[in-house]
Ligand binder design. Sequence first.
Ligand code: NAI
Ligand code: CS2
Length: 486
Amino acid sequence: MRLSSRTLARLHPDVARPGYDRTALKPGILHLGTGAFHRAHQAVAIDDCLARGETQWAILGSSLRGRETRDALAPQDGLYTLALRDGEREDLRVIGSVLDVLVAPEDPAALLARLADPAIRIVTLTITEKGYAVDLGSGGLRQDHPDVIHDIANPQAPRSALGFLLEAIARRRREGVRPFTLLSCDNLPRNGRTLKRVLSEFAALRDKDLAAYVAGEIPCPSSMVDRIVPSTTQADRDAISASLGLEDAWPVMGEPFSQWVIEDHFAAGRPRLEESGVEFTDDVEPFEHMKLRLLNGTHSTIAAVGRLAGYEFVAQAIADPAIRGLIERYWHCVIPTLAMPADRAFAYTRQLLARYENTSLHHRTAQIASDASQKLPQRILSPLRDCLAQGLPCAPLVFAVAAWIRSCGGSDDQGRPLALNDPTFEAWTGQPDQRMMAPQAVAEAFLDLSAVFGEDLPRNPAFVAALQEAYRAIAMRGVLAAIGSV
Ligand code: NAI
Ligand code: CS2
C-alpha cells in the first residue's frame, strides 16, 4: 500500500507525520528544482512553519527537467519520507509541505501562470550550479549558453530558470502584482548576488528597462545552505518503505545536521523561519566562505582523490590516513583566508570530520564529483587565490586541482573507468588526451579552461609550476603515494 493522505494513519507509530490540516494550506512559495536537497532541507523548515499555523506558506514544487519526482509524489499527494541517519540511528518523518510538482517541459505555460500568481511571494531555487548559466571565471552570464539563446527567442515557452523567472517578472510588473523574492539555495558564491547579476544581464538581452527593474526591484538575498543529502538508491527506498509499513516511491535521506543562513531582504514577507532554527544575517559571506571553503572544498578534494584511489564513499575515503592527513592540512591552509575566528573555524572542521565519518550515509564520491567544473572555482580556486595573494601555503589545494584534472582522464589509478558526469566540462573541445601527453603539457592544457581558472591563474608562474608538479606526481606514483609529498 502506497503512502498518501488516505493511508497516513497506517504509518508505523514511530514515524513523525504532519499534524496539521493539509487541505487548509495555500502555496506562498514556488520552488524550482524539486530534487533531493530541497526536500531534505528547505521543505523541512517549511513543514515546521506549517505545523505552527503559517498555512499560507506551503510549497508548490516544479522541475525544469524530468518528470520523475512528480510521477513519484503525485500518487502520494506530495507526501514523502525524510530519513535522518547517523551510525545505527535512523529517524523517519513524513513531510507535508510540498503540495504538488509541476513539470515545466510538459506545460511551460502552467508554470508561468503559477509564477505570475500574486499568492506566490517567494521563489526558491535548487537547480544545481549549472542551472544559472553563469561563467564562474567572470561571474557574468554565459550569453552563448543554448538555453539562454533559446529563451531570448521564445520568452513565452522558456527552458531555463532564468527564462521562467524573467517572463514571470515581466508579467507581474505589467499586471501590477508586487515582486516576489528570489531565494537561491544552491552552493554558488554569493548565490543571491550571482542570480541577480545573471538575471539582469539576461533581461538586458531582451529589454533594458526590464533589466533595470530586475536590478532595482527584485530582492535576491544570498543564503548559505547545509545538509549532506546523498541521492536516494533503490536500497534506500526498500528499507525505508519496510520501516514505514507503506511504500514510498521517493524518500530522501540525509544527516541530522542542518544549517540555513539567509540575508533578511524579502519583498513581500516571509515565514517565521527563525522559529525553525534558520539564522538571519545582513551579510552571509563569512558563513558562506566557511562552508564553501571548508566543507565543499574538502568534499570536492575527497571526491577527486577518493575516486582515483578507488573509494566509492566519503566515509571510506576519510578513513584512509593519507587522505585524512591531506584534508587536515588543507583546512590549515584555508582557515587563515576566512573572516571567522580561527578557533571557531577549527571547531567547525572537527564537526566536519565527524560528519564525513558517518558510515550510514553512503555518500558517493561520484555524486560530489559530478559537475566538478562548476564547483571548483568557488570551492577551491577562490581560497587558493587568497592564499597566493597573501603568500600563504596552499599545496593541498593545488594537489586537489591536480587530482581533479587527473580524474577527468577517464580512469582511476588501477585503470578502472571513471565516468565524468559534467556536461559543461564535456562540452569543452580543448580536452587533452591524458594518456598521450607529457604530464606538464596536460596541466598546461587545462589552464586554457578560462571558465574554471579565469584569466589570472594561468598567468601565475608559481601556481602553474606547482600544478604541473602535483599532476606529474599523481600521474607517476598514483594519488595516495603522491599525497606524501604535499
Ligand atoms: P538532485 O539531482 O536531486 O536535484 C537536482 C535538481 O536540479 C533537479 O530538480 C533537476 O531537475 C534540477 N536541474 C538540474 N540541472 C538543471 C538545469 N540546468 N536547470 C534547471 N534545473 C536543473 O540534486 P540535489 O541533491 O537536490 O542538489 C541540487 C543542488 O542543491 C546542488 O547542486 C547544490 O547546489 C544544492 N545543495 C545540495 C546539497 C546536497 O547535499 N545534496 C546540500 C547543499 C546544497
Ligand atoms: C557536495 C554538496 O555534491 C556536492 O558537491 O559537496 O552537495 C554537499 O553535500 C552539501 O553542500 C552539504 O551541505
